[in-house]
Design a protein around this ligand. Structure first.
Ligand SMILES: [Zn+2]
Length: 225
């Protein structure tokens, strides 16, 4: 199996709050939710995304949902006593996660991350753009994640994208998901981000494609067998 990743901040003036994770049997993209002015947390979204990513790797021996719930629980502890974790805008992240274990690929999506699995008989595209569910301070939120599994023998390619990268397909319509996987197979995931940034630059006032952020943090983890 071969894994590639690409990530680029949406702006040059602020660090990316996306995180890509490539562990021995766990791949994930985390997208820290842009902080409101007041979050109740002394640490910030970047810190939160870093801790959650590190804890996820530590919990990779568990299944996807238990691993994420435990990572949320551990990160909650790391805030310490000085943060108000009941605050409605407490730092959080959307999560797209893939775990490969015992000849099965398991995936989990919480929020508007996208997981695309090219299996022999079907193309599965998993994302939840309708709800605002994210991984934050409460492990119970993980219950709302979309999960599933596919026999590894059927899997050809997998991509995990933050919403800032998935907009190449679901907003700009540069290609469909199958073509996006073909592009990544041929040129790597950074080519998807490059092509999308070119469109964003041409529509710098967000007129042709109305969007809250002209460019968003964009991250892709791509795997092929
Ligand atoms: Zn905190």
């Amino acid at each position: 199996m071969r894994t590639q990743m690409a990530t680029e901040a949406g702006r040059t003036t602020a660090p990316s709050e996306d995180r890509a994770l490539v562990g021995p049997n766990l791949l994930a993209v985390l997208d820290g939710v842009t902080a409101k002015p007041e979050t109740g947390c002394a640490h910030g979204v970047g810190w939160f995304a870093d801790q959650l990513a590190a804890e996820l790797l530590r919990c990779a021996h568990l299944g996807p949902a238990p691993a994420l719930a435990e990572a949320v629980r551990q990160t909650r502890e790391l805030h310490g006593g000085g943060c108000d974790l009941e605050h409605p805008d407490s730092p959080s992240a959307t999560v797209g996660l893939v775990q490969i274990k015992e000849d099965v690929l398991r995936y989990l999506v919480l929020g508007d991350a996208t997981v695309v699995v090219d299996a022999k008989s079907e193309l599965r595209v998993v994302s939840d753009t309708r709800t605002n569910r994210t991984a934050g301070a409460d492990p119970a939120d993980v219950e709302h994640a979309l999960t599933g599994e596919i026999p590894l023998a059927e899997v050809r390619r997998v991509a995990i994208l933050s919403d800032g990268a998935a907009r190449a397909v679901d907003l700009f319509d540069l290609f469909d998901w199958r073509q996006a996987l073909e592009l990544m197979a041929a040129n790597g995931p950074d080519d998807l981000i490059r092509k999308m940034r070119a469109v964003e630059k041409e529509d710098a006032k967000a007129v042709d494609w109305p969007r809250a952020k002209v460019s968003d943090d964009a991250t892709v983890v791509y795997l092929e067998r």
